[in-house]
Ligand binder design. Structure first.
Ligand SMILES: Nc1ncnc2c1ncn2[C@@H]1O[C@H](COP(=O)(O)OP(=O)(O)OP(=O)(O)O)[C@@H](O)[C@H]1O
Ligand SMILES: Nc1nc2c(c(=O)[nH]1)N=C(CO)CN2
Ligand SMILES: [Mg+2]
Length: 209
């Protein structure tokens, strides 16, 4: 998504949650300084022209996995969905995370080739500082604010919808969603707000979830 197309959605999200653009920009700078590399071309070659399965982390993911044919597909996990996939025997090819779901399992998957797409925002700067220096494998940085030379903005907000924007931006042949239950009543009010925004952003990409 072009920056000028993303801007009105981003602006509305900042107003809705009371988040600060300046804090998001500061977070992107911190990420830029800590990233060991920019593996965007590895990420592009993983996704371009391929059928992708994007996995959200709704409670329904565990059963969705059982009825999904993963063969030949690129598996993209939204944050902690990666652990559910791994537990079911599917190490994701790519994980997008704003680092609140990150743990040593993510580093172990990254050591085996899973690409980490790590997102900096105004409320996760301490997580960026503590986890990014530990990354040894392929890594790409993202922001929801203005992109920097090696910190990308593919569009999207929550980990799940950002996976979908990233896949289309990098030329996926198709994108299938599993583990998305945006009407989930078990989530807290902030998460509910994020899921409603995810619905709107996914509709922009042609996915009615
Ligand atoms: N019912 C659901 N509950 C949680 N996440 C969901 C649900 N349905 C879809 N998702 C998607 O799965 C993504 C990953 O979920 P997870 O619970 O790991 O996220 P999170 O790190 O808490 O979310 P975020 O950082 O985006 O607030 C979410 O960002 C969201 O886009
Ligand atoms: N400033 C800020 N930005 C975000 C946040 C958040 O909590 N604060 N959460 C996100 C993932 O849901 C994505 N972006
Ligand atoms: Mg997260």
């Amino acid at each position: 998504m072009k920056a000028e197309e993303w801007e009105p959605y981003y602006s509305e999200i900042l107003d809705f949650f009371g988040f600060s653009r300046e804090d998001d920009e500061r977070a992107a700078q911190v990420l830029a300084e800590l990233l060991p590399r920019d593996d965007i071309e590895i990420l592009r070659s993983t996704i371009q022209g391929r059928d992708c399965i994007v996995c959200g982390n709704a409670p329904s993911l565990a059963t969705d996995i059982l009825t999904t044919d993963f063969s030949g597909k690129v598996v993209i996990a939204a944050d902690a969905a990666a652990r559910v996939l791994l537990g079911a025997g599917h190490r994701p090819d790519v994980i997008l995370s704003d680092i609140d779901g990150m743990d040593d399992d993510f580093l172990a998957m990254n050591d085996l080739g899973t690409i980490l797409v790590l997102h900096a925002h105004g409320d996760n700067i301490p997580l960026v500082r503590s986890w990014v220096p530990k990354v040894r494998g392929p890594v790409v940085g993202t922001t929801q604010a203005a992109p920097l030379a090696h910190v990308h903005n593919f569009g999207g907000f929550s980990d799940g919808d950002r996976c979908v924007f990233c896949a289309y931006e990098l030329g996926a042949a198709s994108v299938t969603l599993i583990g998305f239950d945006l009407d989930d009543r078990s989530v807290d009010p902030v998460k509910h707000g994020k899921l409603m925004i995810a619905r709107k952003l996914l509709q922009l990409c042609g996915h009615d979830v």
